[in-house]
Design a protein around this ligand. Structure first.
Ligand code: ATP
Ligand code: MG
Length: 591
């Protein structure tokens, strides 16, 4: 992160630019609220003025001669002022708090929408728990500040300006005394701010770490239980939670010192005004009314500033959160849309001189040249870890190759609109992911508008219809988080049905039938053979019986294509494939 980044408040303001009108309105209400709130000391001054100076009072100067009438007029003014104060307080609160809601809502939506555009590599480098902390905790932290903090700061500023003006008008000789603590308080606040900011940044970082750990543990609860690692995991969470407590302690030590220090500075200013102003009044240099207003005002001027500590604290926490949110929003994807949108896809995929390394720099694919002709059924086989799934991720453009090109119908994938590309390719991935929802929701995920007949047909092709019917609620059975209420083979079949329903020109099955029994697999094979007609189909499988009928089989080893051909050719070749086939069909004894 660069050190020259703009202030978070500025960045926030730019982000909130759509609400300037409401911000201005809310600001006006805050200022008016404070203005009327500051009136009582003036009213008290006026009351004293009436009873002391009588016919020469300020009200008399307005033309109200009768003393009792003067007091009645004062009472009416007081009543009106109080009503106005309440009204504007209400309006200010409603406006600020709704604004806080709107901004937190929009920031969260923006951040989430932005997150979805980021590269897969970004998600591998970050934990989902940590990202959740940004989308929830950090957004809420900001909301807490916007709720009351901005209003507080505005009211304080109004207080200082208005009372300052009154002061200098009433008693220019004493006024400066009341203001002595203010530069001190401001200086103290800025120093405080500089020192507390990194501590709050550390607090936010630990919240993320703790969240990440919690999310990880909840996801892995079955593993924790099976290895009876509960105690160890308790300790791990306790350690993360304790780190959070420790960094918070460091922040608390500093932030708690702030308010008492401010209060002392204020006390000095208040006592000085009280004494000095009193002396002046005794010597006849100041009206009694003015003196009483002065003392009240000093108190009104300085006392709210004790809250500055709290508000600043809230502000600092919010800024630490805002920074994290805006950093997330500043994250740029490298996988971005190209200019071309394809209307029709024939489905010819080609890799030319493709090498690829993940972020860690370790090369997984080496100088790969492969063609998947339009309409053919191709298979990829090879030892585990040889790069088969990685190759698929390049075809879907989850990553760009380090060198070389991947093309669809002759167009470099980087020139295509991502949505057009991905809509054209259906993937049944090796790690099936089902969403928390019904079987129907999950199968219809790629085509929410599909009819019941279409759903039924897709389920039949995936050999899923029988088991779906036997579920307690049939199609409306809730599959649980990540589909955990289904068996592994059931999950796979739901995910095949999902891809089939989408009816894409290119269908990729990565170990799609690895978890189903042989009989079910054979049935799926038969319906897929029918389905494969007229579309490019790429099948990855360890079980070679799954792919023996493919038009072309590519054998990959350590990120290189070592053999290509159909089943018979490869057997005749007598290489790696032939060896694997012999092992799997039991033609040779192993072990
Ligand atoms: P399997 O048959 O077990 O599914 P595979 O051929 O599909 O294996 P890949 O998933 O493509 O293998 O992985 C190839 C290599 O890339 C492995 O060494 C793996 O450790 C590495 N790898 C996979 N995904 C990542 C990732 N996101 N970041 C870094 N390395 C990765
Ligand atoms: Mg794989």
């Amino acid at each position: 992160m660069s050190t020259q980044r703009p202030h978070p408040l500025l960045r926030l303001w730019r982000h909130a630019s759509g609400h300037r009108r409401q911000i201005v309105l809310a600001t006006t209400c805050s200022i008016l609220n404070k203005t009327f709130d500051l009136a009582p000391p003036v009213l008290i001054g006026a009351a004293v003025d009436i009873v002391v100076r009588r016919e020469e009072s300020w009200f008399a100067a307005l033309g109200i001669e009768d003393l009792r009438m003067q007091l009645v007029a004062l009472a009416i003014a007081t009543f009106a002022i109080w009503c106005l104060e309440s009204l504007f307080e209400y309006l200010a609160h409603v406006l600020w708090r709704n604004l806080a809601q709107t901004i937190q809502h929009e920031l969260r939506i923006d951040a989430y929408a932005h997150l979805q555009t980021l590269d897969l590599a970004f998600f591998e480098a970050n934990t989902s728990g940590g990202l959740m902390a940004v989308l929830n905790d950090d957004v809420n932290q900001l909301e807490r500040f916007l709720d009351g903090g901005a209003d507080d700061l505005l009211q304080m500023a109004t207080t200082v300006v208005l009372i300052g003006a009154m002061f200098f008008y009433l008693a220019p000789t004493v006024a400066w005394l009341a203001f002595v603590p203010i530069p001190l308080i401001l200086w103290g606040s800025f120093t405080f701010q500089k020192r507390i900011a990194p501590r709050y940044a550390a607090v936010r970082a630990e919240v993320s770490a703790l969240n990440a750990q919690l999310a990880n543990n909840l996801g892995g609860i079955a593993t924790i239980k099976s290895f009876t690692a509960e105690t160890r995991e308790n300790d791990r969470i306790a350690t993360a939670s304790d780190r959070y407590r420790q960094v918070n302690r460091a922040a608390i030590r500093l932030s708690s010192a702030f308010s008492p220090l401010i209060r002392i500075a204020i006390l000095v200013g208040f006592t000085a005004t009280l004494v000095w102003g009193g002396f002046l009044t005794l010597d006849g240099g100041l009206e009694v009314g003015a003196y009483s207003v002065l003392v009240f005002l000093t108190q009104r001027l300085l006392w709210p500033l004790t809250r500055l500590g709290e508000t600043f604290d809230l502000y600092q926490r919010a800024m630490a959160s805002t920074n994290r949110l805006l950093d997330l929003l500043a994250e740029r994807p490298t996988i971005v849309d190209g200019p071309k949108s394809l209307d029709t896809i024939r489905g010819e995929l080609r890799l030319a001189g493709v090498s690829f390394a993940y972020r860690d720099g370790h090369h997984v694919l080496h100088d790969l040249d492969l063609v998947f002709a339009a309409g053919e059924t191709a298979a990829i086989v090879g030892p585990t870890g040889s790069g088969k799934s990685t190759l698929i991720k390049l075809l879907l453009r989850f990553y760009d190759p380090t060198t070389g090109r991947v093309t669809l119908d002759g167009h470099d994938l980087r020139e295509l609109e991502i949505a057009a590309l991905r809509r054209g390719i259906g993937l049944v991935s090796q790690d099936v992911f089902l969403f928390h929802g019904t079987v129907r929701d999950n199968i219809a995920y790629g085509r929410p508008d599909a009819t019941d007949d279409e759903l039924e047909r897709a389920a039949r092709i995936a050999e899923a219809d029988d088991f779906i019917r036997s579920l307690p609620d049939g199609w409306d059975t809730v599959v649980g988080e990540r589909g955990q209420r289904l068996s592994g083979g059931q999950r796979q079949r739901v995910s095949i049905a999902r891809a089939v329903l989408a009816d894409p020109p290119v269908l990729i099955l990565d170990e799609a039938t690895s978890a189903v029994d042989n009989e079910t697999e054979a049935a799926i094979q038969r319906s897929l053979a029918e389905l494969a007609k007229g579309r490019t189909t790429i099948v990855i499988a360890h079980r070679l019986s799954t792919i023996r009928h493919a038009d072309r089989i590519h054998v990959i080893e350590s990120g290189r294509v070592v053999e290509s051909g159909n089943h018979d050719e490869l057997l005749a070749h007598g290489g790696l494939y032939a060896g694997l086939w012999r092992v799997q069909t039991g033609a040779v004894q192993v072990g």
